[in-house]
Design a protein around this ligand. Structure first.
Ligand code: NAP
Length: 262
């Protein structure tokens, strides 16, 4: 039995990679590709996959016609919100990598997914999942922490979902964060944005980079730096493929890949 998979954002950087990763797995069947920017163009031309020969379309209804069981979404936040509604309303499982969903939105999404399941992961790379876990473990032992996320110059949102997710987990793990000593900023924004628990988050957008994050934690006389680097989008694919295979057995809404890792 194969799982029928569709991709929202099939022509994008991540969507193209997902289409190829899905096509390469014998138990997964790429049957739909949705991306308004590539309407009517063959999926093999848009993504480089060999095998599937249908056209990329803008209307998600094509996913229903193709009998999709799992849709993967790597688009933009507003598009992803609408795509999730479509999946929930039509009983299709959703695996979501698009960044920007806040904890406040999770309850609404969970309430919508009654006949199918949804997994939203701020980062599908195993190293990044571990980085977030290590930061959570370290948090109670330090009073100060700052997060620096660094991404390619095509990333239009900031801060990254990984940075927000990391800060949320650190904030839940400890309430004993020291106050920011800075009382005046000569250039506004020099201290970054204040994330959960006031943990500063700094976003770097730079040509040549892919996806990177550093968490610096400090306490008396010592610092700890936890860093993860994704040098290539292939780093996210084992996590996406794992989520596609397992989503049917994860009722409701799952946040992060942790639940899928032993
Ligand atoms: P991208 O290259 O801009 O790709 C997004 C694609 O989605 C574009 O082709 C876009 O078309 C298309 N799109 C827009 N609206 C759509 C809709 N309603 N239905 C279907 N497709 C639609 O972006 P990316 O670099 O692939 O990143 C996508 C998202 O994934 C971002 O939020 C990024 O932060 C996130 N991300 C997550 C992870 C993770 O591990 N969770 C890893 C990397 C990236 P237009 O360009 O015409 O709008």
């Amino acid at each position: 039995m194969t799982i029928k998979v569709g991709v929202f954002g099939a022509g994008g950087r991540m969507g193209t990679e997902v289409a190829n990763a899905v096509s390469a797995e014998p138990d997964l069947d790429l049957v739909a590709a949705i991306d308004p920017s590539y309407e009517g163009i063959g999926v093999e031309q848009v993504t480089g996959v060999s095998g599937p020969t249908f056209a990329v379309v803008s209307d998600p209804a094509a996913a229903l016609a193709a009998g999709v069981e799992v849709m993967v979404d790597f688009t933009h936040l507003d598009a992803a919100r609408a795509n999730l509604e479509f999946c929930a309303d039509n009983g299709i499982h959703a695996v979501v990598g698009t960044s920007g969903f806040t904890e406040d939105e999770h309850a609404d999404i969970a309430a919508r997914f009654t006949s199918s399941n949804c997994l939203i992961a701020p980062n599908f790379a195993i190293g990044a999942v571990l980085m977030m876990r290590f930061a959570e473990l370290a948090a109670p032992h330090f009073e100060t922490a700052e997060i620096i996320e660094l991404h390619h110059d095509g990333k239009i949102d900031s801060p990254s979902g990984t940075a927000i997710g990391t800060a949320e987990r650190m904030a839940r793990a400890s309430e004993a964060w020291g106050p920011d000593p800075v009382t005046s900023q000569t250039i506004p924004g020099a201290r970054g944005a204040k994330g959960p628990a006031g943990i500063p988050i700094h976003s770097v957008r730079m040509r040549g980079m892919t996806a990177h994050q550093e968490i610096i934690l400090g306490t008396a006389g010592q610092t700890l730096v936890i860093r993860h680097d994704s040098f290539d989008r292939s780093s996210f694919m084992p996590g996406v493929v794992l989520a596609v295979r397992r989503i049917a057995s994860l009722p409701g809404l799952t946040i992060g890949l942790d639940a899928l890792l032993d």
